[in-house]
Design a protein. Structure first.
Lengths: 189, 189
C-alpha cells in the first residue's frame, strides 16, 4: 500500500481497487486495470503474477519488515516480545493508508478466494518469522508457536483496527489482543 | 475422510486422491475422477462444487462435530477448555485414516491454491466456534481469541501428528501444543 510500492505498482493497485469496487472482482480484467492506470499489461505482469496478486502488494513489504525486525531484536527479547514488537512497529505505518486498507478489505471480504489467499500469505509470513526466530537460537516448537501466535494477534488486531469503532491506536489494540490470548490460555486445564 | 462420508463421496475422494498423486492436481479432470470411481459427473457435482472441494470433504464433518461439542460442553468448562476438548475428541477418530490424511496432505502441500483454501476452511471453523462460544455466554473478544487459539493449536497438532516422528498420541500432542502456547504467552511483556 502507498509508499511501500513503486509508482507503477501503486497506480495499478489504486486502479484495480477502484474497478473491483465499481464492478466487482470477477468482472474486472487486467486490460481494464492497466487502461485505468494508463500503463501496459506488460507492466502489470512485471509487478503481479495475476489479477488476485494486486491486492497483496503490501504483504511482501510487511513480511520483509517484520522478519528484519525479529532478526534485529535485542538479545534480551523473548520470542513473543521480538515478534510482537515487530508487528507493533509495522502497524504504526498503517494509519495514513486506512481508507485504502478498508477498500481493499471490502474487495477481499466479497471474494472467498481472496480471503483464502490472504490467509495463505499470512501463513508464509509466520513461517518466515519462525525461521528468523530459529536464527536467533529459539528452538521449535516454541519458535513456530511464537510466530503463529504473533501472526494471529496481528490478524485480529488488524480486523479490530480496520473496523475501528474504538480508538485507532494500533499498538494499544495489539497489546489488548495479546492480553486476550493470555486470559484465554490461563483457562486451559 | 472415510467413515464420515457417504459411499459415493468416499469413492470420489479415494479416486481423486489417487489421480492427484499419480498425475498431479492440475492435470486431473472431474471426468477422470468419476470414471475412476465408476460414477457420473452429475454425482460428483452433487457432492462437490468443484475439483478442489473433493479434498475438503471431511472438513464439514469436523466443523459440525467440534461446534456441537463446544455447545454441549459442561457449564463449568472455560472457553479454551470447551474448544480444546472438542478438538481433542475429533482427533481421536483420525488415527484409522492416517494414510489417507497423509496422501491428502501431499496433494495440498504441492498446490498453493489448496493450502490457502484449507486455511480458509479453518477460518470458517474458527468463526463457527466463536459463535458457539457466544451462545454459551462468552463475550468477545475472548470468544474469538479462544476459537482462533484452539484452531491454531489444532492445526499445529495436526501437522505434528501427520509428520509424526514421535508417538501418534493425538491428545498428548494437542496438550503439548497448548503448553507451548502458554510458554510463549508467559514471555509477553
Amino acid at each position: 500500500m502507498g509508499r511501500w510500492q513503486s509508482g507503477a505498482g501503486e497506480r495499478l493497485e489504486r486502479a484495480a481497487l477502484d474497478l473491483f469496487l465499481e464492478q466487482g472482482f470477477d468482472a474486472t480484467t487486467v486490460p481494464q486495470i492497466t487502461a485505468r492506470a494508463g500503463l501496459t499489461t506488460r507492466t502489470f505482469f512485471r509487478h503481479y503474477a495475476d489479477k488476485r496478486e494486486v491486492v497483496f502488494g503490501g504483504v511482501d513489504f510487511i513480511q520483509a519488515f517484520v522478519v528484519s525486525r525479529v532478526i534485529g531484536a535485542p538479545a534480551s527479547a523473548t520470542p513473543i516480545e521480538a515478534v510482537a514488537r515487530a508487528y507493533q512497529e509495522v502497524g504504526a505505518n498503517f494509519q495514513e493508508n486506512i481508507e485504502a486498507f478498508r477498500q481493499r478489505q471490502h474487495v477481499i471480504d466479497a471474494t472467498p478466494e481472496l480471503q483464502a489467499r490472504e490467509l495463505g500469505k499470512l501463513a508464509v509470513i509466520a513461517s518466515a518469522i519462525a525461521q528468523a526466530l530459529c536464527e536467533r537460537g529459539v528452538a521449535d516448537p516454541v519458535a513456530t508457536m511464537a510466530a503463529e501466535l504473533g501472526t494471529l494477534v496481528f490478524r485480529l488486531t488488524f480486523e479490530r483496527w480496520l473496523n475501528g469503532h474504538g480508538p485507532h491506536d494500533w499498538s494499544g489494540l495489539f497489546r489488548d489482543r495479546l492480553k486476550d490470548a493470555a486470559i484465554v490460555i490461563a483457562g486451559a486445564s
